[in-house]
Design a protein around this ligand. Structure first.
Ligand SMILES: [Zn+2]
Length: 268
């Protein structure tokens, strides 16, 4: 089992928007997703990045999703698209057996409807919050129910129902996905039910959107800019960042979805 991270798209955003210590010049944020093949989980994705359902020419989408894609402009990377990456390994979308859905923001679930045979591992609270947010949900939280497969909840295995464990390196309580190998790590604050994935052997936490850039872990400044504006719970997001700082100090490796610099698991 080797987790690969791929970069589905680039978002050119002024650095100051996501980190008060960065200049205003634009930086290319990545939009990563993960691929791994595991004997228990089968062909598995962690999220699926941005794709044509958000940024394709003539994509069928609601006014709110159209507006969102005009505000957050992304450039798709053809070779980093989830279906291209799967095809390069000889797999079609129907071969995907598991999709781990870290949270329901558009840049993580854009292409979820492609995976008609997969079981989803995600947060039930995240779905409940999306339903409860009504028409305000899309623009306030960047979550779009239209991107979810119609039978999403029927195929959902809720992380809340997985067995609990105490994680190493001060990560606190989590949920067992594959015993001794893969765990779900609740990382509250960015979005309701947001979680990361811990790789025990490598001591790597894919912390998804707990922040956008690794420099936030060394600065100790309060959450600011877009990461604060988007957060579902600012105080919880800052508590999560403190936990990640301790984890890093104790020898763990943190990887974020949008960090511009390459990570040790990046393939494309
Ligand atoms: Zn997010």
């Amino acid at each position: 089992m080797k987790l690969e991270l791929h970069n589905s798209a680039g978002i050119a955003a002024p650095g100051r928007l996501f980190d008060p210590e960065r200049p205003w010049s634009r930086e290319a944020l990545r939009v990563r997703f993960g691929v791994l093949e595991h004997p228990e989980l089968g062909v598995t994705l962690i999220d699926c990045g941005y794709g044509p359902r958000c940024y394709g020419a003539g994509a069928k989408q609601s006014f709110w999703l159209w507006l969102y894609t005009r505000i957050f402009r992304a450039e798709l990377h053809p070779n980093g698209q989830v279906l291209s990456v799967l095809a390069s390994k000889g797999w079609g979308p129907e071969d995907v057996q598991t999709v781990i859905v870290s949270h329901l923001h558009a840049d993580h679930i854009s292409e979820l409807r492609s995976f008609t045979k997969a079981r989803f591992i995600g947060s039930r609270r995240a779905v409940d919050a999306l339903v409860a947010s009504g028409w305000r949900g899309p623009l306030r939280h960047g979550s779009f129910a239209e991107l979810l497969p119609d039978d999403y909840t029927a195929r959902l295995s809720a992380v809340e129902d997985l067995p609990k464990l105490t994680l190493p390196l001060g990560l606190g309580r989590g949920h067992v996905l594959v015993e001794g190998a893969l765990s779900i790590v609740p990382l509250e604050g960015h979005a309701v039910g947001h979680f990361g994935v811990y790789l025990h052997a490598e001591r790597i936490l894919y912390a998804v959107d707990a922040h956008w850039v690794l420099s936030a872990l060394s600065s100790r400044l309060p959450l600011a800019g877009l990461p604060k504006r988007i957060a579902s719970d600012v105080s919880a997001a800052e508590t999560t960042l403190d936990r990640l700082r301790r984890f890093q100090q104790d020898g763990g490796t943190v990887i974020f979805c949008h960090e511009p610099e390459a990570s040790c698991l990046d393939v494309s």
